[in-house]
Write a protein that binds this ligand. Structure first.
Ligand SMILES: *Cc1c(COP(=O)(O)O)cnc(C)c1O
Length: 383
């Protein structure tokens, strides 16, 4: 059977072949396989040089200094390190954290864990378009608030939060600001200086790099408590032998985004418009997320009067998500869609299309056509 059309880039895009090529050169005897922490011979120095080059590539992408990048195993670990790290290091100032109801589980579960350890967490409701309002944050700041954690781009809806406004507010109030930017890299311009971000989580595999590597941006002067102890790597913030091949892969992925952002963005915008134009006539179609403030690569929609499971089953040639991939193991309706006001039925009948670097115009057209045909058939059956 032919592979389905891949429309699940927001869950995991394939790695860019240019990334894989760089990674392969860091594993075997002929390659750059040394331990970056080995100070006594050339193989260690070469590995360290490759790691530092990648650190600079990642820093350049987000307008940071290379010394502000801490390698982690992904955005999940970066979220854990940021939130627990601040909670532990700043508990003497207060134990209150503000986040939103539609963060990734890596943030929500970490906050829930802290609640069992004496911290208090305020979970803000999103507006109907999925965005978090600046006023809500301002109204919930307290003297004992130590951290605000809000995602850049929501992984299910694709909506973009007013990050620089929230950053300015937090900076003015002296509260640390953490951003989960896993879905933002390469989809919108991220600048930690402009946005006044103190801590930011990113993941390589969400930007065509390998799975299993990510980074936490830690602004100069911000103190966090380490969560993984060992050899004191990464200036004591995250111990463990640095995986040169993973890091080099993430660096290359970042460099490609830096170089190709504008042309890629233009292509994705055109695909987004083309897809909407093709599916707009479908009766009962509802767009979830923000029309004005959304990334181009994610389209989340529900179809009224159609059973979600039947709809997915009628689209075997499309690899798409119903709700977020992380929640697909359970059949509970997506907590993100429920938080923006969808009832269970509509939440179940929602589909996330996400496309990317290797998507073709034909795939966009075919996906739209398959959706239209499936809805028509299901509605015909229901009538
Ligand atoms: C994918 C994702 C994560 C988890 O990243 P990993 O690197 O897979 O751990 C966290 N937050 C958001 C918003 C994501 O999309």
């Amino acid at each position: 059977m032919q592979n389905p059309i891949y429309m699940d880039y927001a869950a995991a895009p394939p790695a860019d072949p240019r990334v894989v090529e760089k990674m392969s050169a860091c594993l075997t005897l002929e390659g750059n396989f040394g331990n970056p922490a080995s100070r006594s011979h050339r193989l260690g120095w070469l590995a360290e040089e490759a790691v530092e080059n990648a650190r600079q590539q990642v820093a350049t992408l987000i307008q940071a200094d290379a010394r502000e990048i801490v390698w982690t195993s992904g955005a999940t670990e970066a979220d854990n390190l940021a939130i627990k790290g601040v909670a532990e290091a700043h508990a003497d100032k207060g134990k209150h954290i503000i986040t939103s109801r539609i963060e990734h589980k890596a943030v929500l579960d970490t906050c829930a864990y802290l609640e069992t350890h004496g911290y208090e967490v305020t979970y803000l409701d999103p507006q109907p378009d999925g965005r978090i309002s600046l006023e809500d944050i301002a109204n919930n700041l307290r003297t004992d608030t130590i951290l605000v954690s809000i995602m850049y781009v929501n992984n299910e809806l694709g909506c973009v939060n007013p990050i620089s406004e929230i950053g300015a507010l937090c900076r003015a109030k002296g509260v640390l600001f953490h951003v989960d930017a896993a879905q933002a890299m390469g989809k919108t311009v991220v600048d930690v200086e402009r946005d006044q971000i103190d801590l930011m989580s990113i993941s390589a595999h969400k930007m065509y790099g390998p799975k299993g590597i990510g980074a936490l941006y830690v602004k100069r002067g911000v103190t966090i408590a380490a969560q993984i102890h060992g050899g004191g790597h990464e200036r004591g913030m995250r111990s463990g032998t640095l995986p040169t091949h993973q890091i080099v892969g993430m660096g290359e992925a970042a460099a490609i985004v830096t170089q190709e952002f504008e042309s890629e963005e233009a292509k994705l915008q055109a695909f987004n418009a083309r897809f909407w134009r093709a599916i707009e006539p479908i009766a009962g179609l509802q767009r979830n997320g923000s029309e004005q403030h959304g990334v181009a690569n994610i389209i989340n929609l529900s179809v009224e009067g159609v059973d979600g499971e039947s709809l997915l089953l009628s689209l075997p040639q499309l690899a798409v998500s119903s709700g977020s991939a992380c929640n697909s193991a359970t059949m509970a309706p997506s907590y993100v869609l429920k938080a923006i006001g969808l009832n269970d039925e509509l939440a179940h009948a929602s589909i996330r299309f996400s496309f990317g670097r290797f998507t073709t115009e034909e795939e966009i057209d075919q996906a739209a056509q398959q959706l239209a045909t499936a809805v028509k058939r299901l509605k015909g059956m229901a009538a």
